[in-house]
Ligand binder design. Structure first.
Ligand code: NAD
Length: 430
């Protein structure tokens, strides 16, 4: 049985971490090999164009995650320090309230067809709807692979765009169940197949045929409840200690959320913090993080005013309750997911069996990461925790290696000056 609790993981050597991880995930060390030698240029050659090599990023493990009662060890690929530590710490606090409860909708994607040159747009829209059953059958007959897996065409919708730089036109939406795929290629193919039919029915010209990344029919939602007592802590700043009660921290987080709910300038950074948790898992599993980013921000602006993707409030017992609901179009088949051996290993590590299950883990990590940022901002400030980790990168950038990295970093943190010129000076004295 997998456990995501590995106390002292951060203190272990690389080899010890790998051994502990294999043990905790019930995997062989061989299963983890793709994480240390993931992608060859030979494979990369077949993934994109003009390849001359590959590019590596750190891969760490988000610990302590309990999602729908199941322990999950979360692979996270990211270059930014303190994200993995923050998410793991919040996941630990969330465990005390039962971990994360996550749900997701059916994997419904939206394909768009833009219909131009129509004499009567309303009439064309009605005609498309009148042929709905025939159109859905046509898509499923021509694209039988998704149908045979329990997916396929679900609905046809019409929208009239009244006001655009070229005037009014018709948009036809194909609602397509893509099961365990991200589905962009599948939707695009279906839209291209559908286009001549739509032209025949409407007498117009189908121009664009492409999915929408605002996948608001394919949503994932995570909630967590943190017992207020778990939030209490004492901040240490040199010799000064500053105690925070659970109520202080809870109310501070709620006030920080309120800022993001009301102000787009703050919401952009608040949501960036959420994506700090989301993107690393999306990348680790070979998914398209630009698609997830596009969907997230478009959804955050759905009311016409850009706002927070998450909600933080207190329940009747005074516990802190967080909710994150957002579009989540990720797959476990198709795209790069099967080609990239580390993506396969990532899915195996999490023991993920469906795209929905993956989406539910990803929003849970996003919520944990959001809470980590809000808790730091609402109490001791973001820089204290961040800077001690950032200091190591600055030390390396200044030329430190081996044991000197830690020495230079900790001196800079002590002095509260984390800058490359200072790192260079310290390095010279050492
Ligand atoms: P895909 O076409 O590689 O895989 C989907 C296919 O896998 C399905 O059509 C089906 O035939 C097959 N399949 C096998 N088992 C399946 C299962 N259990 N459930 C569902 N399908 C199964 O890839 P895709 O997911 O259609 O597209 C994803 C790729 O499209 C990504 O690489 C993405 O970067 C790219 N893309 C994105 C955009 C965008 O987001 N705007 C646009 C174009 C392409």
């Amino acid at each position: 049985m997998t456990t995501s609790r590995i106390p002292g993981f951060y203190n272990l050597t690389l080899e010890e971490r790998r051994a502990k991880l294999a043990d905790a995930a019930d995997l062989s060390q061989g299963d983890l090999i793709p994480f240390t030698s993931p992608l060859t240029a030979d494979i990369a050659m077949h993934m994109v164009e003009n390849v001359i090599g590959t590019y590596a990023l750190p891969l760490g493990i988000g610990l302590n995650f309990l999602v729908n009662g199941r322990d999950v060890l979360v692979p996270m690929v990211i270059e930014e320090p303190s994200v993995i530590a923050g998410a793991s710490f919040m996941a630990k606090l969330a465990r005390a309230g039962g971990g994360f409860t996550a749900t997701s909708t059916e994997p419904l994607m939206i394909g768009q067809l833009q219909v131009l040159n129509l004499e009567n747009i309303e009439k064309a829209a009605e005609q498309v709807l009148a042929h709905k059953a025939e159109l859905l059958t046509y898509v499923d007959e021509t694209e039988s692979s998704l149908k045979s897996r329990g997916g396929g065409a679900r609905d046809i919708e019409v929208r009239i765009i009244e006001d655009s730089p070229i005037g009014a036109f018709l948009v036809v939406h194909l609602i397509y169940d893509v099961r365990d795929a991200m589905g962009a290629n599948a939707v695009n193919t279906a839209c291209e197949r559908l286009a001549p039919k739509i032209q025949d029915i409407t007498g117009g010209r189908v121009h664009l045929r492409i999915l929408s990344n605002l996948t608001d029919r394919r949503m994932a939602k995570a909630t967590c409840k943190i017992p207020v007592g778990e939030l209490a802590f004492t901040a240490q700043d040199g010799s000064v200690t500053r105690p925070f009660t659970g109520e202080d921290v809870r109310d501070g987080i709620i006030a920080a959320y309120a800022f993001a709910a009301a102000d787009p300038y703050r919401a952009a950074t608040h949501n960036k913090g959420i994506m700090n948790g989301i993107d690393p898992v999306v990348i680790a599993t070979g998914n398209d993080w630009r698609a997830i980013e596009a969907g997230a921000h478009a959804y955050a602006a759905r009311s016409g005013k850009y706002t927070s993707l998450s909600i933080w409030e207190k329940d009747a017992e005074g516990n802190l309750v967080g909710t994150l609901e957002m579009p989540m179009a990720v797959g476990i088949v198709g795209g790069a997911t099967k080609v990239h051996s580390a993506a396969q290993a990532a899915l195996k590590l999490m023991n993920v069996k469906s795209a929905n299950q993956l989406a539910e883990i990803i929003v849970s990590v996003g919520l944990a990461q959001n809470m980590a940022a809000l808790r730091a901002l609402a109490t001791e400030g973001i820089q204290r925790g961040h800077m001690s980790l950032h200091a190591r990168q600055v030390a390396i950038a200044a030329g430190a290696s081996g044991a000197l990295i830690e020495k230079v970093a900790s001196q800079m943190v002590q002095e509260r000056i984390v800058r490359i010129d200072r790192a260079e000076e310290i390095l010279r004295t050492l």
